[in-house]
Design a protein. Structure first.
Length: 763
């Protein structure tokens, strides 16, 4: 990568040249982002995954820009119009939009009104008019009449068409119109009159007559309107004031006041209407879409990260229930490793109503298989089935959890599920997925397309390639943050380990099946196709519980084992003693072990890991119960204060499951007693919260909730904020809004109702 690009990236991201160069070189060597963030902190100066990812994106951007420059230079040179000055300007261009503006006058064109006029020989007339001399335009136009140009009117029109195209391709003109769009553009939407009364169109009724400044349009609104346009109910537009724009263009091009200038003015007006406005509007349509996509993808990735890092139950024997009414509840029993040991069906609900028989069957299975916890899917009949289980006296503690089953049906019909359970039907596979999600959400959720998990915002409307790349990065980040037991991990989980390809993941599983459990990380080198570079990338993220070397079950990389061994030797202790005895570790002089290859960051990470090697960084799981007095939306009344679980977070608020099969919405304005700009600042996915019902619309199945008053009694919500959220891999992203929050005054009843009518359940 050229130095000029390195400097640009460093300036844009406020990093050093050395950091950018090191990340570029590491990436070129095949290093992954999780590996750089965890094991190359000296090279990155302790940047987290988000910061390193931003650098990688910028490197990709400038690589693509260089490729585009090659095409532009080659095309212009082929036309014989590449001057030294133009070449230098293109080579020193750092912005893709600016590059396209430079290229636009030379870009091969389809047939336009201007090209047709040029073919008729009217370009000299256009140049004469554009210079705005004292010549009479009509007289000059008569000189260009021929068998293709019949009269003066046609000649002048052709000349104006050429000028209009020149104006539309003029860099300064385009930048001026862009500036006006940036500062003043209004985003509008209208319903198609022929669709206004259709039932399906009603979901877009907030946008039947809609306008607001484009700069203030949140991503969910942009995407909702675009979806309405795509489905044929709405027409959207992005407008600026025409007269202001034309006046600005006149200032650029009009040199005098004479008949020739009048012709140029007409061309400018036509250029704006026919060419410039639509061209720049299309840019801003794309810009606004890209911005909305980025925000929606950010919401999705944050939700997915929190879901993947949800608290695991751990190695426990589990009974899982996939609830149902008519078809019954599928029951499976899993051992502590998640292996299926039993499956059956019970029918406690209508029409069979075998409640007592079902209780007896569940109690029998719990005793027979030594079940330690029960997971109940939260879908249809979930609350009723949970009530059944909680009513059983097992004679000993058996924890009961409701498990989010979003995407379980997708998994059960997938190729992955068929591969795992070729002899079982989809109902058994779905129940197994519910049980395994309870044991370890991360290991199970990686088998499902993230878009099917149900934590996104307009995920089907955003750029699918960007969405997939972002979600894959999040899954990779979460998997490597937690670490993977190489002796129990599925091929699908191993796929996301740093450096491992599909083939290598498969080879690891096959080697394990043939040779038994891995006894050390060193043994990984015997796996076919496991080269030195791949081993370097993956070894630190793979764990081997029970290995003879305790470091093999830690995040200490094998390349650093010699340092830990030296520490133990200097203290005349064993590795086991060093791990078990905190007093020994306190005697370590960090500076003594810093070298050219092992820096202060690495030493710090090693000592931190020695405190609790192999520790799962996710928060411990907690039991949760819904309010037993409400089972359906009809039971929910305004004023009720009930427990709930956050199931989805969007830019406009959070959805909370209160146990009635219909999530309620806590609008962003109702999340806290203070101003909130980003819901993720105050709430996390799977967080246990207490909410108050403000409104119930049974017909439309909508529940409005608030969390504002909950913070008045000792910060109840704040104390629960971290439950189920886990830690963010790669460190914390700096909060750009920190210290800028403003006091949000409580609304009186009239104001609250007005806000509700304006904003309630937007989209």
């Amino acid at each position: 990568m050229e130095l000029k690009y390195t400097q640009k990236i460093a300036e844009k991201l406020s990093l050093t040249l050395k950091q950018i160069t090191n990340i570029h070189d590491l990436q070129a060597e095949g290093a992954t982002i999780p590996f750089m963030a965890r094991y190359r902190k000296e090279a990155t100066n302790n940047l987290d995954e988000v910061a390193i990812g931003n650098v990688v994106e910028q490197i990709t951007y400038f690589n693509e820009l260089d490729k585009r420059k090659e095409t532009v230079l080659k095309t212009i040179d082929g036309l014989g119009k590449l001057t030294p000055e133009l070449k230098e300007r293109i080579e020193n261009c750092y912005d893709a939009t600016e590059l396209e503006d430079i290229y636009l006058p030379y870009k091969p064109k389809r047939k336009t009104r201007a090209t047709q006029a040029i073919e008729k020989g009217l370009e000299p007339l256009a140049k004469l008019l554009f210079e705005q001399g004292a010549e009479d335009p009509g007289t000059e136009a008569n000189k260009f009449l021929n068998d293709q140009v019949k009269d003066t009117k046609e000649a002048l029109q052709g000349a104006r068409d050429i000028i209009a195209e020149w104006v539309s391709e003029h860099e300064q003109a385009r930048n001026k119109v862009r500036q006006l769009f940036t500062e003043t553009a209004v985003f509008t939407a209208k319903v198609l009159s022929s669709k206004k009364e259709e039932e399906e169109a009603q979901k877009y009724r907030d946008y039947f007559e809609f306008n607001e400044p484009l700069s203030q349009s949140p991503s969910h609104r942009v995407l909702a309107i675009r979806r309405g346009e795509k489905e044929g109910y709405l027409v959207m537009d992005i407008n600026i004031d025409k007269q202001t724009a034309v006046d600005e263009l006149d200032r650029i091009f009009i040199k005098s006041s004479n008949p020739n200038s009048a012709e140029v003015k007409k061309a400018i007006d036509d250029s704006f209407d026919r060419l410039l406005k639509s061209s720049i509007e299309n840019e801003f349509r794309l810009v606004s879409k890209n911005k909305a996509d980025e925000e929606a993808i950010h919401v999705f990735t944050e939700n997915l990260r929190q879901l993947l890092l949800a608290s695991p139950l751990g190695s426990k024997k589990v009974l899982a229930l996939d609830p149902g009414f008519r078809t019954g509840c599928k029951v499976v029993c899993l051992d502590a490793q998640g292996n299926l040991v039993y499956n059956g069906v019970i029918y406690p609900h209508p029409p069979q109503n075998e409640w007592s028989k079902s209780e007896a069957e569940v109690k029998f299975l719990v005793d027979k298989f030594g079940i330690e916890a029960i997971g109940v899917g939260n879908g249809t009949a979930g609350r009723e089935t949970e009530q059944l289980v909680r009513g059983i006296d097992f004679g000993r503690p058996v924890s009961v959890f409701q498990v989010n089953e979003s995407g379980a049906s997708i998994y059960s019909a997938s190729e992955v599920a068929r591969e795992e359970f070729p002899d079982q039907d989809v109902t058994v596979r779905g129940a197994v997925s519910i049980g395994r999600r309870l044991l370890d959400p991360l290991s199970e959720l990686v088998k499902i397309d993230p878009k099917s998990i149900g934590v996104g915002q307009y995920q089907h409307d955003v750029n699918q390639t960007k969405l997939k790349d972002a979600l894959d990065r999040v899954v990779e980040s979460a998997v490597n943050f937690v670490g993977v037991d190489v002796n129990t991990a599925s091929k699908h989980l191993l796929l996301y380990v740093s450096g491992l390809s599909n083939t290598l993941a498969k080879n690891i599983v096959e080697y394990r099946a043939k040779n038994g459990a891995f006894k050390s990380r060193e043994e990984l080198k015997k796996v076919p196709m496991m080269g030195p570079k791949t081993f370097e990338q993956c070894a630190g993220f793979l764990r081997i519980p029970g290995a003879s070397n305790p470091l093999d079950n830690s995040s200490v990389h094998p390349e650093s084992y010699f340092v830990v061994e030296q520490m133990a030797k200097d203290l005349q202790a064993s590795l086991e003693d060093l791990i078990k005895q905190s007093e020994l570790r306190k005697k370590i002089n960090k500076k003594q072990y810093i070298s050219e290859t092992i820096g202060e960051f690495t030493i710090g990470d090693i000592l931190k890991e020695l405190e609790k090697p192999g520790r799962d960084p996710r928060a411990p799981i907690e039991e949760f119960r819904f309010d037993d007095t409400i089972k359906t939306i009809e039971d929910v009344k305004p004023g009720m204060t009930v427990p709930g679980i956050v199931t989805n977070i969007t830019n406009f608020g959070a959805f909370v499951d209160i146990g009635v099969k219909q999530d309620g919405l806590v609008h962003i304005s109702q999340l806290s007693n203070t101003y909130v700009s980003d819901p993720n600042e105050v709430i996390k996915l799977n967080q246990k919260v207490t909410v108050t019902v403000t409104e119930v619309d049974v017909a439309r199945k909508r529940i409005a909730l608030t969390m504002r008053d909950q913070q008045k009694s000792g910060g109840q919500q704040q104390g629960r904020q971290q439950q189920g959220g886990g830690n963010r891999p790669g460190g914390n992203k700096p909060d750009a809004n920190k210290g800028q929050s403003k006091k949000q005054e409580p609304l009186n009843p009239f104001q609250a109702k007005l806000m509700e009518l304006k904003k309630k359940f937007k989209d």
